[in-house]
Design a protein around this ligand. Structure first.
Ligand SMILES: Nc1ncnc2c1ncn2[C@@H]1O[C@H](COP(=O)(O)OP(=O)(O)OP(=O)(O)O)[C@@H](O)[C@H]1O
Ligand SMILES: [Mg+2]
Length: 306
């Protein structure tokens, strides 16, 4: 399997030097996040698919808001390990929603299962009454840092233009409008002057800003970010939260995996607190109780007022 992947990547790198920049972006798109599934994940997904039992669409009691994402009875197993068990929650538009929980709680797994990046063992995830996995063109997803190949030979501009591929089509040139949207997105996160820089040569915070700009150029309805605040300074964190607030004001769905229970948690409107099971979900004030935090973190958290 590994050889296959290396030769596949090698083939891409070869292509990169002989074809135009559009192709380069397309190919990059494939190996990083086309609908955010890496080649390796796709192969894993295909390989694991036969193990997945067909799931029934079950509607939970509160599934009356079709503009929300409705998660019902969601379970995920990794071989023998159960990573998520019977998770039920609603993610509303116009609210900044955080997924919280200790390391290994299943936060990334929840986001990936919602987007079909790992197979579910039970349950369903609906948006506008249809499976979310059938509407991935409406989703912008930025995975956890350690899942991105930062050595891939792409510039900041390449990465941001990836956000326009779905709307442009694979064989067509990017329109003036697409380029303008990309420029504005880079401006919004203060990264326009870095357009020609290789993505791998930026700091962690700059890389997060670029991926945020790429998400903005997608003009999606649903934004999913996995740990966007890891290893970044206060200024970048403020920029990212400002953009999140703007998106929620536009009534977008904004879902963010985070682990920091410090002051930054007050930016979130709604929370999903996980530790394999769903511990609590609802408004920040409802979720942040001493009891819930103890259940999630095993009594290692000092309670503070929400
Ligand atoms: N591909 C995989 N194969 C097998 N087990 C996995 C896989 N991915 C995650 N796990 C396991 O599933 C559990 C949940 O992992 P997940 O990455 O979702 O946790 P997390 O809450 O995002 O953790 P972190 O805060 O460290 O990012 C963990 O015990 C992890 O070891
Ligand atoms: Mg994670």
């Amino acid at each position: 399997m590994k050889n296959m992947i290396f030769s596949y990547n090698g083939f891409h790198i070869f292509l990169i030097f002989i074809v135009n920049s559009k192709w380069r972006i397309n190919k990059l798109h494939l190996t990083t996040v086309v609908e955010n599934i890496s080649f390796y994940q796709k192969i894993n997904l295909l390989r694991r698919q036969p193990e997945v039992k067909p799931v029934q669409i079950v509607k939970s009691r509160d599934m009356n808001n079709s503009e929300s994402i409705n998660i019902a009875h969601l379970g995920v197993n990794y071989r023998t390990q159960q990573a998520l068990r019977d998770v039920n929650c609603i993610i509303k538009p116009g609210k900044l929603t955080g997924i919280f929980g200790p390391n290994g709680a299943g936060k990334s797994t929840l986001m990936k299962a919602m987007l079909g990046l790992v197979p579910k063992s039970s349950g369903n995830v609906l948006y506008k009454s249809q499976p979310l996995t059938q509407q991935l063109e409406k989703v912008a997803y930025v995975p956890q840092r350690n899942q991105i190949d930062w050595n891939y030979p792409a510039t900041v501009w390449d990465v941001v233009m990836m956000g326009r591929i779905k709307k442009t089509g694979w064989l067509r040139s990017f329109s003036v409008v697409s380029r303008q949207i990309a420029k504005e997105s880079l401006d919004r996160v203060g990264m326009r002057e870095y357009s020609d820089r290789p993505i791998g040569e930026l700091s962690g915070g700059q890389q997060q800003r670029v991926f945020l700009a790429r998400a903005l150029t997608q003009q999606a309805d649903i934004f999913c970010f996995d740990e966007p605040f890891v290893g970044i300074d206060q200024k970048t964190q403020s920029v990212i939260f400002e953009v999140f607030q703007e998106l929620t004001k536009l009534n977008k769905i904004v879902l963010v995996v985070n682990h920091d229970l410090g002051e930054s948690i007050t930016h979130f409107d709604d929370l999903i607190l996980l530790n394999r099971d769903l511990i609590a979900t609802g408004s920040r004030q409802q979720v942040l109780t001493e009891k819930n935090l103890n259940l999630a973190y095993g009594g290692k958290v000092i309670y503070f007022a929400a």
